[in-house]
Design a protein around this ligand. Structure first.
Ligand SMILES: [Fe+2]
Length: 281
């Protein structure tokens, strides 16, 4: 990992606001739909055995251009714009540039997203697709649900895997929220399977679209944004075993602090989560 990483949370947010579209007012949010009902209204119309086969055939990867119910997409679009002044900008020269809003901010200001993340209908459907029993990520994992912003020229993320630092598998669900951009999700299937040739692909994820994959199996990147473009995606992370060994926990936290959310956010929240854990014990 580069040692030239820098995070400039407050300064960059302040600098970015003036250049961004008008920030929506959280108080004028459309009424939040019932997450379970909205998910079920879509998933019951799908040919789920066919989707499950497609997921398996593509080495634990699926893209659906039209997944979310329109009222859910509308809610997410509103939240993404309303949270613009909460965006934490990060740079890792040569690897990534962009902004993010962590679960901790979402919990405070956009609780519908947290409800959608925990929707039993959504989790049950993802379990059908993956064939795995899925759990939500632990309270101190800032990736559990997060919004990612590509709002300045050059915002991107280079080729990587969503490596699991947990004892079990880590699945990523990517939901398209705003796409007024030329950014693409480029990917390569089967790179970890020596028996199947690598298969490249590339998609743009429209609002309401979905990508679901096993983080250790899909090599992927987001190509750089151009001038006056804006892309926001929502990422949910689910795990099959939330246990993490202490050394991996340290590596994971350092990576999050440098590459995504900033030291204050990651380590303060980690300490608070621990304290809450002790209070309960
Ligand atoms: Fe990723």
């Amino acid at each position: 990992m580069s040692t030239h990483a820098s995070t400039h949370a407050e300064e960059d947010v302040a600098a970015s606001i003036s250049a961004e579209p008008a920030v929506a007012d959280l108080r004028t949010a459309p009424a939040a739909p019932d997450a379970d009902r909205a998910v079920a209204s879509r998933t019951r119309t799908f040919d789920n055995p066919r989707l499950r086969k497609a997921f398996a055939d593509q080495g634990a990867f699926l893209y659906l251009e039209d997944f979310l119910a329109p009222e859910v997409t509308a809610q997410l679009v509103h939240s993404a714009r309303a949270l613009l002044d909460e965006v934490n900008r990060n740079y890792l020269p040569g690897h990534k540039q962009g902004g993010s809003v962590s679960r901790h901010t979402i919990d405070r200001l956009a609780p519908f997203i947290a409800e959608l993340y925990r929707s039993q209908e959504l989790i049950g459907w993802l379990e059908q697709l993956s064939g795995d029993k899925l759990q939500v990520s632990p309270a101190d994992d800032p990736h559990a649900y997060a919004l990612y912003y590509y709002t300045r020229p050059g915002d991107h993320i280079g080729w990587h895997y969503d490596t699991s630092y947990y004892d079990g598998r880590r699945y990523t669900l990517l939901l398209g929220v705003i796409d007024e951009s030329s950014c693409r999700l480029d990917y390569e299937l089967h790179t970890r399977n020596p028996d199947v040739p690598d298969e490249p692909g590339s998609v743009q994820i429209p609002p309401g679209g979905l990508v679901f994959f096993d983080g250790d199996k899909l090599r992927h990147r987001i190509t750089p944004a151009g001038p006056n473009e804006m892309r926001v995606s929502l990422t949910f992370e689910y795990v099959t075993d939330p246990n993490m060994r202490p050394w991996r926990r340290l590596i994971s936290n350092m990576k999050d602090a440098i590459a995504y959310f900033g030291f204050r956010q990651v380590f303060r929240q980690m300490t608070q989560a621990k304290t809450r854990g002790k209070d309960r014990a």
